[in-house]
Design a protein around this ligand. Structure first.
Ligand code: HXC
Length: 265
C-alpha cells in the first residue's frame, strides 16, 4: 500500500481542493509532503490532518509566481525531509470572463500563476534532482480545455496548453536524468475553488453537470489517487503524457446527445 514510502514531495496549491486531497493521499502512501500556497491557515489545517493520520507534512506559505520563494520551499523540504522526489503543480488561478473584457493584468495574473508558476516549481525541483543524480516525478494539473479551448477562459486555456507543451518537452529532455513529467486533466471537480470560480450558481452547476456523460463531478480524493499513481513507480514507463479523468466530458455529449444515465427513466 505504501508505494511512496520514504519519499518527499512538494504540492502547490496544497491548502485546498485537489491539492489538499493529493497531499493527504500522498501522505497515506507513506510520503512526506510540503504543502505550498499563499495562505498559511489552510496549509496548517492540511498539515494537522496529515499528522493526525500518522504522516509527516510541512506548511510553506509562498506564491508560485515568485521564483525565490519557490526555491526557498524546495530548500525547506530538503532541510526537513532530507530529500525531494517530485512535485505536484496544482496551484492555479482562474476566472470566467469574455476575452474582449480581459485586462492585461487579468491575463498576466492567470498566466503568471499557471504557466510561469509551474515553470518556477518544475525547474527548482528538477535542478535539485539533476544535481543530486536522483530520479523524480512531476505531475501538473491541467484541464482538457488546454486542447479543446473553452470560451471565457482564454487566459487559463492558453496557460494550461503551455504547461502541456512544457511537460512534453521536458519529458524528452530530462528522460536521461530519470525525471518523468506528466499532466492530469480532471474534469469538473467538486471543490470550493473551482465551484466558486466556474459554476457559482445552481444553473451553472446544472449546465456543467449536464456536459459530463458519467453524470457527476469528480471528487478531489479520486484525482489525488490518480496523481499518486502517476508519481509512483507503477507509472515508471509513463512520461510526457496527459491522463484525462473527466467522465468523458471532453468527448462531447453535445455531439452525441445527453448522457445515457440522464435519459433512463
Ligand atoms: C474579471 C478579474 C476577475 C474577474 C480578477 N480579475 N478577477 N477580471 N473578472 N472575476 C482581474 C483583476 O481585475 C485584475 O486586473 C487582475 O485580474 C488581477 O487580479 P488580482 O485580484 O489583483 O490578482 P491576484 O490577487 O493575483 O489573484 C489572481 C486571480 C485570483 C487569478 C485573479 O482569482 C486567484 O488568485 N485565484 C486563485 C484561486 C483560483 O482561481 N482557483 C480556481 C482554479 S480552478 P486589473 O486590470 O483590474 O488590475 C481551475 C480549474 C479549471 O483552474 C478546470 C475546470 C474544468
Amino acid at each position: 500500500m505504501e508505494s511512496l514510502a520514504g519519499r518527499a514531495y512538494l504540492v502547490t496549491g496544497g491548502g485546498t481542493g485537489i491539492g489538499a486531497a493529493t497531499a493527504l493521499h500522498l501522505a497515506g502512501l507513506g510520503a512526506s509532503v510540503t504543502v505550498l500556497g499563499r495562505r498559511k491557515e489552510p496549509l496548517d489545517t492540511v498539515v494537522d490532518e496529515v499528522k493526525r493520520q500518522g504522516g509527516d507534512a510541512l506548511a510553506h506559505p509562498a506564491d508560485v509566481r515568485d521564483p525565490d520563494a519557490v526555491d526557498a520551499a524546495v530548500e525547506t523540504t530538503l532541510d526537513r525531509f532530507g530529500r525531494i522526489d517530485g512535485l505536484v503543480n496544482n496551484a492555479a488561478g482562474n476566472f470566467v470572463t469574455p476575452a474582449e473584457k480581459l485586462s492585461p493584468n487579468g491575463w498576466r495574473a492567470v498566466v503568471d500563476i499557471v504557466l510561469n508558476g509551474t515553470w518556477n516549481c518544475t525547474s527548482a525541483v528538477a535542478r535539485r534532482l539533476i544535481d543530486a543524480g536522483r530520479p523524480g516525478s512531476i505531475v501538473s494539473v491541467i484541464a482538457t480545455y488546454a486542447w479543446t479551448g473553452h470560451p471565457g477562459t482564454v487566459h487559463s486555456a492558453a496557460a494550461k496548453a503551455g504547461v502541456v507543451a512544457m511537460t512534453r518537452t521536458l519529458a524528452v529532455e530530462w528522460a536521461r536524468y530519470g525525471i518523468r513529467l506528466n499532466c492530469i486533466a480532471p474534469g469538473p471537480t467538486e471543490t470550493d475553488g473551482a465551484g466558486n470560480a466556474l459554476w457559482a450558481t445552481p444553473e451553472d452547476r446544472d449546465r456543467v453537470l449536464s456536459s459530463v456523460p458519467l453524470d457527476r463531478f469528480a471528487t478531489a480524493p479520486e484525482i489525488g489517487d490518480l496523481i499518486g499513481l502517476l508519481l509512483s513507480d507503477r507509472a515508471a514507463y509513463i512520461t510526457g503524457t496527459t491522463l484525462t479523468a473527466d467522465g468523458a466530458q471532453s468527448l462531447g455529449p453535445q455531439i452525441y446527445g445527453p448522457p445515457v444515465a440522464a435519459t433512463r427513466t
